[in-house]
Design a protein around this ligand. Structure first.
Ligand SMILES: [Zn+2]
Ligand SMILES: [Zn+2]
Length: 155
């Protein structure tokens, strides 16, 4: 991938910018992600929060409106763009297809396979029935760092 990466919502009123490579990439098959993505699973590229900024527009809270995860949407086209987990203020979960160039993206791990559609195949290297336990993330992040972002990528 070429940094910085620029991106936008469906209508392009909200624009974003990412200046570092992702820490890990995921696909999630949970019921909430299936509904919010209007699809079989959601995609996430997890970036350090200090590497992410909204450069244009004013995204609004959507999704659950709960205290745990702040789901950000474009107020005009209602695209689900990124999520800020309240417990992890140092990271931001960006929907990678917002990025203008996202062909590099491939999910390294997939979560909630227990509710995945039978035909849904993501190519993820690691699969978990639910979310991996917190203590598993350190090893997963290290594995991703040596694996490289995107299974089709060389860097
Ligand atoms: Zn929009
Ligand atoms: Zn999910």
């Amino acid at each position: 991938m070429n940094l910085p990466m620029l991106g936008g919502c469906r209508c392009d009123r909200v624009r974003i910018r990412v200046t570092k490579a992702p820490l890990i990439t995921t696909a999630c098959h949970c019921n909430g992600c299936q509904r919010m993505s209007s699809s079989a699973f959601s995609l996430t590229a997890l970036f350090p929060a200090d590497a992410f900024e909204v450069t244009q527009g004013d995204p609004v809270i959507g999704g659950l409106h709960g205290p745990d995860a702040h789901h950000f949407f474009c107020a005009h086209c209602m695209t689900w763009m990124f999520t800020r987990p309240a417990a992890l203020p140092h990271i931001v979960n960006v929907r990678p297809t917002m990025l203008d160039e996202h062909a590099w993206f491939a999910p390294f791990l997939e979560t909630f396979t227990k509710t995945k559609l039978p035909w849904a195949v993501t190519g993820a290297v690691h699969s978990f029935e639910e979310f991996p336990p917190m203590e598993a993330y350190e090893a997963l992040l290290q594995a991703f760092a040596s694996h490289g972002a995107g299974t089709g990528s060389t860097s």
